[in-house]
Design a protein around this ligand. Structure first.
Ligand SMILES: Cc1cc2nc3c(=O)[nH]c(=O)nc-3n(C[C@H](O)[C@H](O)[C@H](O)COP(=O)(O)OP(=O)(O)OC[C@H]3O[C@@H](n4cnc5c(N)ncnc54)[C@H](O)[C@@H]3O)c2cc1C
Ligand SMILES: *[C@@H]1O[C@H](CO)[C@@H](O)[C@H](O)[C@H]1NC(C)=O
Ligand SMILES: *[C@@H]1O[C@H](CO)[C@@H](O)[C@H](O)[C@H]1NC(C)=O
Ligand SMILES: *[C@@H]1O[C@H](CO)[C@@H](O)[C@H](O)[C@H]1NC(C)=O
Ligand SMILES: *[C@@H]1O[C@H](CO)[C@@H](O)[C@H](O)[C@H]1NC(C)=O
Length: 481
């Protein structure tokens, strides 16, 4: 199917490239032809489980699985010029490395930073790695790296078990795996396939936990499962009500220590209005009396809270309000959530909405507070991220979205100003968060590696040098050691 490529597809391919090159970083025509021939070489070499697709020629019907979530990320290749679906053979990486061809690896495609999982070169989608195999004897599950969490929860629900994954519908397994990893199946940069566990290879096991695509391409994760019954929770949306949300959040953080309970409070500017949002969660069919009363009493425009399956909770999450927009994430790591910090975050939302709304078409702003328990990091073992486990960090997610590429720079700059300002206020308020590690899945492009990986950086760089001496993975974007 992929071995023969009609001439017409080459010309349409060049046309496609000309269209997008007007907007993104330019891939020279010489580079295009080179990329094209690299794909032909891969097409000839890969097994029947893999395929190479060319625009307007043999794109598969399920195009959506190849699309990227964030318009700001894929603009560089909105047309996914060529897509190689990887099999477990490492031959693609060998050819990409040998020919020095830029490429990208996409799991769920939720990264918003430019080039992290999109490219002007060869786009690799993991969508054929979609198996879920539950092993009841060892209480583990093997999960293909092309899945989104929704698929994993749905496959595990009949067994009454679950894994530690994303809370919002649509997020990918590969870029967002927080805990409970027992083993990785990895295609090393030299094309060798290797099973990585804590005992088989302590260095790579450490490095892969938070190290993204620096050490090769993960094809499968083995995760620890745990029993899962009904949960309670959902989302409350309110028109404004930022003060009530801030007070209820401060009280929850100060008083609730039950590890089954969790909330995320968000101040939004959406479609020209201030929109307050709270996600409530209790790992049980109903919460203890009174625990969430202050949130339930907030005047709401919608309140979707019930006892339900975990899958139902995740599917009910509001995650498509910005579909089709461009967007970036940024973050502040807090040590403490105080009433004055909450007031500052609420003000930041209101202030930047007033500054930007008339000038930035399609403006969406979101500042969220994640009040985790101080014991949060005590469960895991040594990993690339976080670099320190002695103190929990409470990551804020700052999310801006907008319509047009001409706002990109202004939005990125404003987010940096805003996150720096909130960091300063936290320090003034007595939290020394100047060196608190930033969460790489939220950090804005340009964030120094040392602010995320801290003292782990030298070890990560040494492991990288050992397993990828020719820097093949440097041809793919992302946080690079
Ligand atoms: C709507 C939305 C909700 C979110 N909610 C949460 C949340 O609740 N909590 C949270 O912590 N984060 C959340 N995030 C952030 C999310 O964790 C990150 O964007 C994460 O990286 C997404 O993973 P992905 O597989 O979808 O992304 P991708 O863009 O596919 O990948 C991210 C990075 O991982 C690399 N990668 C992908 N696949 C592989 C592979 N097989 N082998 C090696 N490297 C690979 C990519 O090259 C890229 O650099 C959310 C993001 C969005 C847009
Ligand atoms: C690839 O790298 C691994 C780890 O360094 C090594 O064990 C293996 O022999 C290498 N394979 C080839 C074909 O060079
Ligand atoms: C929660 O804590 C705050 C601050 O410590 C206190 O004022 C408030 O009364 C507490 N609320 C509840 C419901 O216990
Ligand atoms: C988001 O999804 C909901 C539920 O499926 C739908 O009603 C709504 O129109 C969607 N919004 C956007 C912006 O796509
Ligand atoms: C609100 O935030 C802006 C921007 O950071 C700041 O200049 C202003 O002083 C803040 N207002 C209050 C009342 O804190």
């Amino acid at each position: 199917m992929f071995a023969t490529v009609a001439f017409s597809s080459l010309s349409s391919f060049l046309l496609f490239n000309a269209v997008y090159a007007a907007d993104g970083p330019t891939l020279q025509t010489r580079g295009v032809i080179q990329t094209f021939s690299v794909c032909e070489e891969i097409g000839k070499a890969v097994s029947s489980q893999s395929a190479v697709f060319y625009p307007l020629h043999n794109y598969p019907p399920a195009l959506s699985s190849l699309e990227h979530q964030k318009m700001s990320a894929p603009l560089y290749v909105s047309f996914h010029m060529i897509i190689a679906i990887l099999s477990t053979s490492g031959v693609q990486l060998q050819i990409l490395g040998k020919t020095n061809t830029p490429f990208a690896v996409k799991g769920g495609g939720h990264a918003s930073n430019p080039g992290f999982s999109s490219t002007a070169g060869v786009q690799i989608t993991m969508s054929r790695f979609s198996g879920v195999t539950y092993h009841s004897d060892s209480q583990t599950v093997d999960i293909g790296s092309g899945l989104i969490w929704d698929d994993v929860y749905a496959a595990l629900e009949p067994y009454g078990v679950n894994v530690v994954g994303g809370r919002v519908t649509g997020v990918g397994v590969a870029g967002f795996t927080l805990g409970g990893v027992m083993a990785y199946q990895l295609v090393l940069p030299n094309g060798t396939i290797s099973d990585i566990t804590a005992s088989s290879n302590p260095d790579l096991f450490f490095a892969l936990k938070g190290g993204f695509n620096n050490f090769g391409i993960v094809t499968q994760f083995t995760l620890k499962t745990f029993p899962q019954g009904q949960v309670w929770g959902g989302t409350i949306l309110a028109l404004g009500e930022f003060d009530k949300i801030a007070t209820a959040t401060a009280n929850f953080y100060a008083n609730v220590t039950d590890p089954k309970a969790s909330i995320i409070s968000t101040f939004n500017w959406d479609l020209g209005i201030h929109l307050g949002q709270v996600s409530l969660f209790y790992d049980g069919s109903s919460p203890p009396d009174g625990m969430f009363d202050e949130f339930m009493a907030i005047p709401a425009v919608s309140q979707d809270i019930s006892s339900r399956s975990f899958l139902s909770l995740v599917l009910s999450s509001v995650s498509n309000e910005t579909s089709g927009l461009r967007g970036y994430f940024d973050t502040v790591s807090l040590y403490d959530i105080t009433p004055s910090m909450l007031t500052a975050v609420s003000n930041e939302t209101t202030y930047w909405a007033s500054q930007l709304a008339w000038e930035v078409p399609g403006l969406f702003l979101s500042y969220d507070i994640e009040p985790f328990l101080p014991s949060m990091l005590s469960h895991g073992s040594d990993s690339a991220w976080p670099p320190k486990r002695d103190r929990a960090i409470l990551p804020m997610n700052i999310y801006y979205a907008w319509d047009l590429s001409l706002s990109d720079t202004k939005m990125g700059d404003t987010m940096r100003t805003s996150s720096s300002h909130l960091t300063e206020l936290a320090v003034l308020g007595g939290q020394d968060v100047t060196d608190a590690p930033l969460y790489p899945n939220y950090a804005l492009y340009g964030t120094p590696l040392s602010r995320m990986y801290g003292d782990n950086l030298p070890r990560l760089q040494a492991i990288k040098a050992q397993y990828d001496p020719n820097n093949v993975m440097g041809l793919a974007g992302g946080w690079k050691f």
